[in-house]
Design a protein around this ligand. Structure first.
Ligand SMILES: Nc1ncnc2c1ncn2[C@@H]1O[C@H](COP(=O)(O)OP(=O)(O)O)[C@@H](O)[C@H]1O
Ligand SMILES: CC(=O)N[C@@H](CCC(=O)OP(=O)(O)O)C(=O)O
Length: 264
């Protein structure tokens, strides 16, 4: 089974059970599953930008990214977070290779441009995916750890992609058996303020309608749009679920919110 895991920066903290998630990934990899981790690092980037007194707004879940912020994003995601995950897997006896979407031309993007009146600068939206480098590393027996940067089509500048957007696009292009999004809520809620309103199953048409009607805010917007893109792109399943012990197995067994191609 080929699993593409979106592993968000909030889910990666000790409080969210990062060790348990990595133990589970290692166990699945040792058991022969093919695993791609596309990671975020939003809170880790926030901390580094704060330390450098760089202020950028977030618009619809996306961080506006000027030149200075883009360099911080690349350094934190590729240099710090990506390699921490590679080391954590190595420590569990699982060989992993860490790349970014820039490597091997995996992610090609164009600039998002202005959103709600704000120029997002070096923020990319995925234009195309070439998963061949990822597939070659999987074939060679590695867990592949991907940071969500892309090459700008034409200029080859580094663009900052939302990690959900990058993960969904890669899951679709790889025709993943499962696209699993581990985050800091137990699933997608009909009402953000009501934890008991988790939606167990939603089809892509319904998800698109809810993206338009404002049910999802902040980080849930790119997360749901990416789940829809994963299914549209060819992933067989997409699930958004909470972190913790056995999170991936629980997500695959029906916890959280499953996004399906058609109503069922
Ligand atoms: N309808 C919704 N259901 C659940 N969470 C939502 C919803 N709308 C917005 N959110 C927010 O989205 C957050 C998850 O996105 P985000 O913080 O970007 O996570 P990650 O760092 O894992 O990518 C939740 O913690 C919640 O605050
Ligand atoms: C354009 C954009 O917003 N990029 C994100 C990339 C990291 C990310 O998405 O991390 P999480 O999954 O932890 O939120 C950012 O700069 O924070």
């Amino acid at each position: 089974m080929l699993i593409v895991l979106k592993y968000g920066g909030n889910a990666m903290t000790a409080e969210a059970g990062a060790d348990a998630t990595l133990d589970e990934v290692a166990g699945l990899a040792r058991g022969g599953e093919r695993i791609v981790i596309v990671h975020g690092g939003g809170p880790q980037i926030d901390a580094e930008l704060r330390a450098k007194a760089i202020v950028e707004p977030r618009v619809a879940g996306l961080r506006a990214t000027g030149g200075a912020a883009r360099d911080v994003v690349e350094y934190v995601l590729c240099g710090t977070v990506n390699k921490a995950l590679v080391r954590a897997l190595a420590a569990r006896g699982v060989p992993a290779v860490g790349i970014s979407g820039e490597d091997g031309g995996v992610l090609s993007a164009r600039r998002v441009g202005r959103v709600e009146g704000v120029d997002l600068g070096y923020v990319g939206e995925v234009a195309s995916v070439d998963p061949s480098a990822v597939a070659a590393l999987l074939d060679a027996g590695f867990v592949v750890v991907v940071a969500p940067l892309a090459l700008e089509a034409g200029t080859h500048a580094a663009l900052n992609c939302n990690a959900d957007t990058a993960a969904g696009a890669i899951a679709g292009a790889l025709r993943a058996d499962a696209y699993v999004v581990i985050t800091n809520v137990a699933g997608v809620r009909r009402d953000l303020h009501d934890p008991s309103s988790v939606i167990p199953r939603i089809d892509v048409a319904e998800a698109r309608a809810m993206l338009a009607d404002g049910t999802f805010t902040d980080g849930m917007i790119p997360k749901m749009a990416a789940a829809v893109a994963a299914i549209d792109g060819g992933a067989r399943r997409a699930v958004v679920a909470g972190a913790g012990n056995g999170a991936i197995a629980r997500a695959l067994a029906g916890e959280g919110t499953e996004i399906t191609a058609s109503p069922r």
